[in-house]
Each structure stands twice: as C-alpha cells, then as structure tokens.
Design a protein around this ligand. Structure first.
Ligand code: HEC
Ligand code: HEC
Length: 447
C-alpha cells in the first residue's frame, strides 16, 4: 500500500570501503569476547541497522494525511488537560528527543511522575508501549496520560466534550473520519496514534555510512559501532534501525520498580523494562525508566560496574563487561552518530504499509521459537485444529493470545517446553510473546 510518493528510506546498495573496514574489524576483536554478532561480516551487520523502506500501520487504523494532521494538532492541544495547562508536547518535546529533559516530569498537579518520560521516535515499529508495555498499541496508550491524575488529570469523555464544542476541531474530525464523523475517544486515539507513527527519526551520518558512504563515520565511531555490535553486546537488545528489540529486559538497575513483572504477573520478568530506541539519543537525557542517568558516561558506568546481581537479569545482558577508556570513548562517539545535526523533523514522504503477516501462510501445526522469532510466522488451519509451539530458543518466552474470542497465557515457557493452543472459531489470531512482543505468529482459522 503506497500512500505517499517516493521511498524515503534509502535501501541503497553498499558501496566501496566496506571491505577495508571488514579487514580492520577482524584484527581488533578477540573472538572469545564476541557473544553473538559476526563482526567480521560488517556488510551483513550494517544491513541489520538499515532504515526500513516502509512504515506499518494497523489494518483498523490505516494512514491518511487528514488523520495525521488532526493528530499533530491534538498533540499540542492543551484542552486535553484538566486545567488547559499542558499538552502531550509539553512532556514530549521534539527538541528534547520527544522527552522532557527531566528525570521525572510533572503533570497538572505538579507532583513528579513515577517514571521518566520516554522518547516517541520510531514507535511505529514498536508493539507494546510504556516502559512496562502495559498498553498494547499506540491507540490504547492515548487514554493513559489524559486520564492519569498525575498527568493531564481529565476523564477522556470530558476531554472529548471540550474538543467537540469547538467547531474547527469538530470539522477536522469529520474530515479525518468520514465514515464516522464525530469527536469520539476512539477517533481521538486513532488520530494521535497516526501522527505518532509518522515520527520516524531523520537520517543521520550513521545511515549514510550504512548505505555505503565509508567516510560518513570516522575511525573512532566505526570502532564504537564494532564494540556496540560485538564485544559490548549492546546490539543483543538495541537492534535494528531504531536500536531496540521492543522487548523487556532486566538490566540490573538498582530500584524496586517491578516493571513488566507487575503487568504480566510473571516473576521471571520482575524489573524488566522496554528496551528504549537510541535514535536522537543526544537530545533526550537523562536516561532510563527512572531518569537516573544524566549522561552516556553514567550509562556505560552502569553496564560496566553498576549491574545489580539478581535472578531476573536478562540472559541477553553482557556480564562482566570490561571496556578501556579508549573503548568507552569510541562507544560514546558512535552513539553520537545516531543523533541528527539539525532540529530533527520526521521525513515528510513516508511510505505506509499495512501491518500484518510478512510471509504466506504455511499449513503446518508445529511451530518453533528460535532467536526471538517464531518459525513459521503465519499459519492457515482448519476449524478445530490445534498448534504446538516448541521453545528452541535459549530464552524464556510467554506465549499469549489477546483476542475477544480467545484469551490465552502460557505463563513462563522455558527453553525446551512446548505450548499447545486450540482456537475456538474462525478468524485471524495474533500469537505473540509477552516478553518479546515483536515475536508474532499469525494464525488464520478457516470458516
Ligand atoms: C506530564 C507529562 C506527560 C504528558 C502530558 C504526556 N506524557 Fe506520554 N509519557 C509520559 C511518561 C512519564 C511516560 C512513561 C510512563 C510509563 O511508562 O509508565 C509516557 C509514555 C508515553 C508513551 C509510551 C512511549 C514508549 O516508548 O513506550 C507514549 C506513546 C506517550 N507517552 C504519548 C503521549 C501522548 C499521545 C500524550 C498526550 C495525549 C502524552 N503522552 C502526554 C509523560 C507524559
Ligand atoms: C539485555 C538487553 C540490553 C543490553 C545488552 C543493553 N541494553 Fe541498553 N537498555 C536496555 C533496557 C531494557 C534499557 C532500559 C532500562 C530501564 O530503564 O530500566 C536500556 C537503556 C539504555 C540507554 C538509555 C536510553 C534512554 O532513552 O533512556 C542507553 C543509552 C543504553 N541502554 C545503551 C546501551 C549500551 C551502550 C549497551 C552496551 C554497552 C547496552 N545499552 C546494552 C537493554 C539493553
């Protein structure tokens, strides 16, 4: 589904220079220290961080320009707060990486919020949002800040009523939702979510380097990337274009916020939080769900010396990380290349596509999990058939279906364990992992 003109995301071929870098890579790494990433294959590695060529929008809220424009307007509308003092943009300021520059922001009552304000860049590629993933979509998230007594402090119906009283706003809703031309909580959420999905971080020097411009990064920054994807193990979690796996990990921060554990009621994911993306990072300090780290140096101090030992620590976390002063400087230099030079604006010529299965349906009933992926990722079954999902991964998963027709929760599914699911009736069901929600399996049950 091509909605807007040209492809922005350069999917260009890798040009010269890669070979030379690859040679240097092989020399500098100690093979024993490399946990996962095949750093000597730099071209393949770079490709994993390439900008995607399209942005997914859900089938029940497809992209339209009228919705985006309305969403952008609502994002700055202070009528969403009880005393008309703040808008979404008060806490999510583009010039501050869509965060607020504070350890703990403040809403209408002026009390510090329980958690740090996260960035909103590149959430189109996320699934569950909030630090603990308690909202399963951007649409579902919208009611959170409006009605939270610590944030905008206003019941959603009251916000909707205020907006509907303004003929200009009512007209914009009518234009954006011709099939149901009203100011409703659903349409409010759809418009804001559409706008948020277009907040794709602008290209930086790093993207030019990935696309083959070898000189776009200097030697120290290149070295930093190699450390990031190799020895330091950062890319185990900060992976892909947005530098996040959108999964939940305990990285050993010393506080007693239960994070994902409280949401899933799963002891295994106590203290686990969503991996934040690292694009435009240079603008969004302080860092972490509790805003406890003022600088990237403080973040590296944590990964090197600050990790609190406990059973729930993510198995993807590099333990006993040892970095020299030079290596730390290289990592920080590399992270700097993920922030754009100018006041960052999202690209205006996005290519939208419908979210959903990325491969044709297979007619099998056995699925495996490996490296945080289902295989296959799309099944077609007859009514009454069941599926078996075998965890061949080194990680614990939590298989879920959250559907009006079927609410399924496997609990902790450890490596080697199989989960069986019977589907009640015809339709498309999304099976996902509550800990790694980007693991998605679509199951179509024929009528
Ligand atoms: C008073 C400050 C404040 C206001 C106003 C505010 N937010 Fe937030 N926002 C936060 C904080 C803090 C969090 C993290 C809360 C958590 O994870 O528990 C957050 C989280 C989010 C997230 C999840 C991001 C992620 O990476 O998971 C989205 C999306 C979001 N806000 C959008 C909005 C929208 C849309 C509005 C306006 C309707 C809004 N926010 C208003 C402070 C604010
Ligand atoms: C096991 C997965 C994992 C690994 C490995 C990992 N991170 Fe993280 N990272 C996270 C999670 C989860 C958070 C958020 C934690 C929280 O707030 O509780 C985070 C937070 C961050 C932040 C703060 C971002 C923000 O917006 O608040 C930075 C910067 C960061 N990591 C950089 C790194 C670097 C550099 C490395 C390698 C030395 C690394 N990470 C390794 C999962 C990981």
């Amino acid at each position: 589904m091509r909605l807007l003109l040209t492809a922005v995301f350069a999917a260009g071929a890798l040009a010269g220079g890669v070979g030379a870098l690859a040679t240097r890579v092989a020399v500098a790494e100690t093979p024993a220290a490399i946990r996962k990433a095949p750093v000597d294959d730099l071209a393949a590695l770079k490709a994993k961080f390439r900008r995607p060529d399209s942005v997914p929008f859900p089938a029940d809220n497809p992209y339209t320009e009228a919705k985006r424009v309305l969403g952008e307007r609502l994002f700055s509308d202070t009528r969403l707060s009880a005393d008309a003092s703040i808008s979404c943009a008060s806490c999510h300021d583009r010039r501050k990486g869509f965060a607020d520059g504070l350890a703990h922001g403040k809403g209408v009552p002026g009390r510090p919020l329980a958690r740090h304000t996260p960035t909103l860049w590149n959430l189109a590629f996320a699934s569950h949002v909030f630090w603990d993933g308690r909202a399963r979509s951007l649409e579902e998230q919208v009611a959170g800040p409006i009605s939270s007594p610590d944030e905008m402090a206003q019941p959603v119906p009251q916000a909707v009523e205020r907006l509907a009283a303004d003929p200009a706003v009512a007209g914009a809703f009518a234009a954006a939702f011709p099939a149901e031309p009203n100011v409703t909580p659903e349409n409010l959420a759809k418009a804001l979510a559409t706008f948020e999905r277009t907040l794709i971080s602008p290209p930086t020097r790093f993207d030019r380097w990935v696309d083959g411009e070898a000189r776009a990064l200097n030697a120290r920054e290149t070295e930093g990337f190699r450390l990031f994807a190799g020895k330091a193990g950062c890319a185990n979690c900060h992976s892909g274009f947005a530098f996040t796996d959108s999964a939940f990990h305990d990285i050993g921060l010393p506080d007693d916020d239960r994070g994902r554990g409280a949401v899933l009621r799963l002891p295994r994911v106590e203290h686990a939080f969503k991996t934040p993306g690292l694009r435009e990072l240079g603008r969004s300090a302080p860092y972490m769900h509790n805003g406890s780290m003022a600088s990237l140096d403080a973040v590296l101090d944590h990964y090197q010396h600050g990790v609190v030992e406990r059973d729930t620590l993510s198995s993807d976390l590099q333990r006993r990380l040892s970095l020299s002063t030079k290596e730390r400087a290289a990592l920080v230099a590399f992270l700097g290349t993920l922030t754009s030079a100018d006041d960052p604006l999202p690209p205006t010529n996005l290519v939208a596509r419908e979210a959903g299965p990325t491969e044709p349906a297979a007619r099998v009933s056995t699925v495996t999990q490996h490296d945080t992926q289902f295989s296959p990722k799309h099944l077609a079954l007859k009514p009454g058939e069941r599926i078996w999902i075998l965890n061949n991964d080194s990680r614990t998963h939590n298989v879920r279906v959250f559907d009006p027709k079927l609410n399924f929760d496997s609990g902790a599914q450890d490596p080697g364990e199989t989960v069986e699911i019977a589907f009640p009736e015809a339709g498309r069901f999304l099976v996902f992992c509550g800990i790694h929600p980007k693991m998605e399996l679509y199951v179509d049950i024929a009528p």
